[in-house]
Design a protein around this ligand. Structure first.
Ligand code: CA
Length: 237
């Protein structure tokens, strides 16, 4: 599994259960990443600032700060890829974590294969850059691909990597329907299509609308095509 692509990627594991932290650390190191673990929210925040990891695996149940608060605090300054891990794999908890800015959610217990696949899928998404275009424009929405910068009406949008991926995919296909499965496949990876993981898509689209739309309840950029997917109208309707 060792490859040049993963060899320099640092993953910070925030987990207070010593056994879990050790297992996860070993799994990720064997997959070729440089994984290190910390056991409190406070240390996590200082490590994120100093070591600048490529990805964070964040347990929600921490002894000092609530994992969700760690997540929100990181999100005020950074779009660092973050996967939330939780012992409570209830749908509600997942939605709350995604709304707070998590890129993905993993319920305990999870298999080692699943963990490595999710980490790889998220990191691949972030490396992914469309080859041909460098700039995309749909009405007042503009994307500078080499700089990974999106603006609306000239104002910079602060997007998470997943939101950015969704926006690029919809903009590249402006005027056309992009199905739920296509978005899951392009932005998250094939395994999400197999699992039919639509709530992760729904929550991220709704978050993206909050940033892009003047009135998120009546979206003009990310339009729902009921039962099928989404479409970004190319011209003003
Ligand atoms: Ca815990």
């Amino acid at each position: 599994m060792l490859s040049a692509q993963t060899a320099n990627q640092q993953i910070l594991i925030v987990e207070d259960d010593e056994d879990t932290a050790e297992v996860v650390c070993t799994l990720l190191n064997e997959a070729g990443y440089q994984a290190t673990a910390v056991d409190t929210g406070k240390v996590a925040l200082s490590e994120i600032a100093s070591m600048r990891p490529d990805l964070v695996l964040l347990d929600l149940g921490l002894p000092d700060i609530n994992g969700l608060d760690v997540l929100k605090q990181v999100r005020t300054t950074s779009f660092l890829p973050m996967i939330v891990v939780s012992g409570y794999s209830r749908e509600n908890e997942k939605v709350v974590a995604l709304e707070a800015g998590a890129d993905d959610f993993l319920g305990k217990p999870f298999s080692g294969d699943e963990l490595v696949a999710r980490v790889g899928a998220l990191l691949r998404r972030i490396k992914w850059t469309p080859q041909a275009e460098t700039k995309l424009k749909v009405r007042q929405l503009e994307l500078d691909i080499p700089r990974r910068q999106a603006t609306i009406r000239g104002e910079r949008l602060r997007l998470t990597p997943i939101e950015y991926g969704l926006l690029v995919t919809l903009m590249k296909n402006a005027g056309h329907l992009v199905t739920h499965d296509e978005l899951l496949r392009v932005v998250w990876g094939e395994e999400y299509v197999k699992n039919g993981d639509y709530s992760v898509l729904r929550v991220n689209v709704s978050r993206l609308r909050q940033k892009v739309e003047q009135n998120p309840r009546h979206p003009g950029y990310i339009v729902t095509v009921p039962g099928q997917g989404y479409r970004m109208p190319a011209d003003r309707q």
